[in-house]
Write a protein that binds this ligand. Sequence first.
Ligand code: FDM
Length: 211
Amino acid sequence: MLQRGAFILFEGIDRSGKTTQCNKLVECLQKSERKPEHWRFPDRSTELGKVINNFLSSKVELDDAAVHLVFAANRREKCKDMFNKLNSGISLVVDRYSYSGMAYTLAKDIPDMDQQWCMMPERGLPEPDLVLYMRVSPEVAASRGGYGEERYEKAEFQKKVAANFDMLKGKNWVEIDAGQPIQKIHDEVMKAVDDLYSSSRLSGPVGKLYT
Ligand code: FDM
């Protein structure tokens, strides 16, 4: 029987090394015939993604509640496609997802927009089988190249985002010390991913978020 694909998610603050590690993981999984696809959110290629891109690069201003919903809608528009791919045996290696949505929106401290509010539009989306949380201090992240170009890349804000990720850690999360050398991080990632593929977790259906 065909084993379904795995949904492997990388989360963390800006410049925590998610993209580098996604690339390295996808390369490895390709060699082991796991049929991986590399996805990222926001998906800036769609119409909603273009709105998000303009917002992140400060070309447009949007209401904070509205923008949270646009980020969520950008995942919803990919929801069927994600379930179909996972059920057809393709593994998805995803750079950011709903937890980023919550960690960044909650960092804005907006009255009435608590965690429950943030979760609602995400309900029923595919649930990651493994969340690789790339934990790095905001100071180390800020010293890395390219930092400071987009809207949220500000030290004080990133500290709040980091605290929110710590608060959101839940089942299926593996914390990785992302301050280590790239290869060492990759080795830890591979260990967590190998554990997932050899566990019974992928014999059940794809989970649904917050249900
Ligand atoms: N971001 C990302 C959010 O605010 N909400 C979300 O739901 C998601 C997925 O967008 F600052 C923020 C996080 C980050 C930016 O940057 C996306 P990258 O460089 O594309 O990851």
